[in-house]
Each structure stands twice: as structure tokens, then as C-alpha cells.
Design a protein around this ligand. Structure first.
Ligand code: PAF
Length: 369
């Protein structure tokens, strides 16, 4: 046991040593460990198990926002300890995708998690059930993929988890390695952290369906919790990629939510056919696009609708009619094109409006009582 504890000490770093000096000076002593490799987080997990504590695990790729914090708050309500992973997983990015430009905001992430721990500590003063973040697991690629360099090629070599046909639908149709990468890294993370419960956001609905299927099919001993999407005041779903939008694309990008709400409204007012429900969403998406096309390149933001789907909640098979006792998943993806022309002083977002932004969102059509 003492060897185990020593190895935890030697392999883990504290949060403050990874913060910039200026930031570190202004914060309290770190309230969680930062583990960079597998033995250190495993050692910590074993200690917690021996003390009969429970672990809730929140996997992230960093760029922590309010959506992630809501997952951690949910984990804190039912676990004594929370592990948060920060790992930009290369295998879920296709060869032409934005791995190198994915936002990496380590200092800000650590600061947000420290602040959240302070909040959880205050809550804990009034309730015995509030857990805390105990560790950030921020492994290297080599730690996560120890044998072969991680491959993003569709036919690349490696040890992969594939969940078909779920992974080939919707997002998987245009991102063929995405869910293989997500399932593979989550299997590794679950094996390493052996959490009692794992927390995912509803925003990535297909990811939640794939993970639930993987946990069931591989008999993984963890409970999967899905937490409602966190939205901005006007309904735009929070996403790490929103920082690339800028004002103009953000305003137009809200159409994704408006289109889903129109379809939801059709269902809530009694419609059950695909034509009626998806027709409502398509008409919003098309009319806004037509308006934008009528504007000049320096005023407009163009997009392409990748898909609007009405699908079974468990299989993601497309539905012709919603069975009201079962409900459905309504989901969509919009590709916001780079801005064609920008204006002096305009907020064009990170990357100056040149980065294409894929927006995804969904609403659950709940079973009718
Ligand atoms: O949702 C994400 O941020 C990622 O897909 C996840 C689950 C952390 C796996 O890399």
C-alpha cells in the first residue's frame, strides 16, 4: 500500500504547479490532484475504494464551459469524489478535421474547476451529500495509446471499439471515425478510472446512445447519467466550438435551435408524422438561409444543413411516425461556412471567421402520457 501511495505522489502533479505563476499566486492551495498517467489515477481510485467512497467521472476534452460544470454539479450530488478528464482525443478527429485548432485552455480550465470546488465546498457545509473534484486526469497521448500511435485513418491500425450500426448514422455518416474514437477513448477512460457513475451531456445525443450501448454490451460496471443540455439565454446550446462563431454567425447559427423548436412544437400540438414534424424544422432552416443568401457577402452568414433527423431513442433508426408512447429524438447538424467578407471592428470569433463551424443540437420528444 505505501508503495502505491508513493507512486501516486511521484506521478501526480498538483494543479497549482501547472498554473502560470501569476495565476497560482492568486488562488488557494489546489483542491485536486492532476494525474498525468495511468498508475497515478489508478492508485488514487484504489485508495478511494478502500475508504468506500464513490467516484463520478466526467470525461471532457477541456475548453471547460458551463455545460461541463453542470455535469460536474450533477456528479457532486450523488458521489463523494469526482474525476474530470481533460484529453483531446486524436482518434475521434478525422484526418481532415480540426484536431490542431481544437481550443486548448488549460489554465482557464483549472481555474474554473477550482472555483467550482469552492462552490461545492460551500454547498457541502449545508449538505452531507455534496462531493468534490478530487482529481483531473490529463494524460499524454502515449499514456492513452501505449502501443501504436493513434490512427485517424478509417482503415488505420490500433485497438478500437466499434459500435455499429449506431456509429455510422447521423454524425457518423459525415465523420466516419468519430464514434470509433469516442467509444475507444471512453472504454479506456472507464477501465482506468472504474467510476461508479459517468456523466454525459444530452447535447451530444448520439454520443450518449453509443456510450449507453457500449456500457450495456460490454457489461461495464458503471451507471450512465445523461444531463440536460445547458443553453445560453436565447437557446443556443453551449459548445466548446462556439468560440469560433463570432457575432454574425452566432446570430444566424441560432436558427438550429429555432428549427428544432418548430419541429418540437408540431409534435406537442399533436403531429406524429415525419413530414409534419421535420417539415416544420426544414421550413425554418430554408427560409433563414434564403434571407441570408439575399444579403451581401459582408453582411451574411451562410450554412448548410447536414441532416435533420427524427429517430428512435434507442436505435437511432429514422422514423416515419412517432409512436407517442415511446417518443423520439429530434436532432440536426448545421455547417456554418467561413465568413466570405469581414468588416473592420467586427467580432468574427476565434480564427477571424475563417474556421468552418459544425453546430449540432437536439431535442427529445418525450412520450405522451
Ligand atoms: O464529448 C466529448 O467532449 C468527448 O467526445 C469525450 C466524451 C470527452 C471523449 O473524448
Amino acid at each position: 500500500m505505501s508503495r502505491l501511495v508513493n507512486s501516486v505522489k511521484s506521478f501526480s502533479t498538483t494543479a497549482s504547479s501547472l498554473l502560470s505563476d501569476a495565476t497560482a499566486a492568486s488562488v488557494r492551495p489546489p483542491s485536486f490532484k492532476v494525474c498525468r498517467d495511468v498508475p497515478s489515477i489508478r492508485g488514487l481510485r484504489r485508495q478511494l475504494l478502500q475508504k468506500e467512497r464513490t467516484v463520478g467521472f466526467v470525461p471532457t476534452m477541456g475548453a471547460i464551459h458551463e455545460g461541463h460544470l453542470s455535469l460536474i454539479r450533477a456528479a457532486a450530488r450523488e458521489n463523494t469524489d469526482i474525476f474530470v478528464s481533460i484529453f483531446v482525443n486524436p482518434t475521434q478527429f478525422g484526418v481532415t478535421e480540426d484536431l490542431s485548432s481544437y481550443p486548448r485552455t488549460w489554465d482557464a480550465d483549472v481555474e474554473k474547476l477550482e472555483k467550482l470546488n469552492e462552490e461545492l465546498e460551500r454547498l457541502g457545509e449545508n449538505s452531507a451529500s455534496a462531493g468534490r473534484i478530487t482529481a483531473i486526469f490529463a494524460p499524454t497521448s502515449k499514456a492513452m495509446y501505449p502501443c501504436l500511435p493513434p490512427s485517424s485513418e478509417v482503415d488505420g491500425h490500433g485497438s478500437f471499439v466499434t459500435i455499429t450500426p449506431l456509429s455510422t448514422k447521423l454524425e457518423g455518416a459525415s465523420r466516419p471515425v468519430f464514434f470509433r474514437g469516442v467509444a475507444t477513448v471512453c472504454m479506456k477512460l472507464f477501465n482506468i478510472t472504474t467510476p461508479d457513475r459517468v456523466y454525459f451531456g444530452q447535447k451530444d445525443v448520439q454520443q450518449t446512445v453509443v456510450i449507453k450501448r457500449m456500457v450495456k454490451d460490454f457489461h461495464i460496471g458503471t451507471e450512465v447519467r445523461i444531463i440536460e443540455t445547458t443553453r445560453e439565454h436565447d437557446g443556443l446550446a453551449l459548445s466548446s466550438r462556439n468560440v469560433y462563431l463570432g457575432d454574425r454567425r452566432r446570430t444566424v447559427g441560432l436558427t438550429i435551435y429555432k428549427a428544432l423548436k418548430a419541429a418540437e412544437n408540431a409534435y406537442l400540438t399533436g403531429k406524429t408524422s415525419r413530414e409534419d414534424i421535420l417539415g416544420a424544422a426544414q421550413s425554418v432552416a430554408q427560409s433563414v438561409l434564403a434571407q441570408q443568401q439575399g444579403l451581401s457577402p459582408s453582411e451574411r452568414a451562410l450554412y448548410e444543413v447536414d441532416y435533420i433527423s427524427l429517430a428512435d431513442p434507442d436505435t437511432l433508426d429514422e422514423l416515419e411516425t412517432v409512436e407517442p408512447t415511446k417518443g423520439a429524438v429530434l436532432s440536426t447538424a448545421f455547417k456554418m461556412a467561413p465568413l466570405e467578407e469581414t468588416n473592420a471592428g467586427e467580432d468574427c470569433g476565434l480564427g477571424d471567421g475563417k474556421v468552418p463551424v459544425r453546430l449540432i443540437d437536439n431535442l427529445i420528444l418525450h412520450p405522451r402520457a
